[in-house]
Write a protein of this length. Structure first.
Length: 75
């Protein structure tokens, strides 16, 4: 989880991802950010997000995003 948090903070410095309740609704990330985050996660974690995984529910919080990464890694 710490690795993901550092990745997010490197992409958007100064944003408090750790305490966010919904990154999209709070305006912390938009669709362009999601694509950038996915590209970096794919490289950093060695996974491939499928189109089906690119839904707002998977990007609500750092925790939901991390769970998505773990689910993809374990499938």
């Amino acid at each position: 989880m710490e690795k993901l948090l550092k990745l997010l903070e490197s992409l958007k410095p100064g944003v408090d991802f750790k305490n966010s309740k919904n990154m999209i609704e709070e305006g912390l990330i938009d669709s362009f950010d999601m694509i950038n985050i996915i590209a970096n996660i794919n490289e950093e974690f060695g996974i491939d997000f499928s189109v089906a995984e690119i839904v707002p529910e998977n990007f609500e919080t750092v925790e939901t995003l991390y769970k998505t990464i773990e689910r993809i890694k374990n499938s």
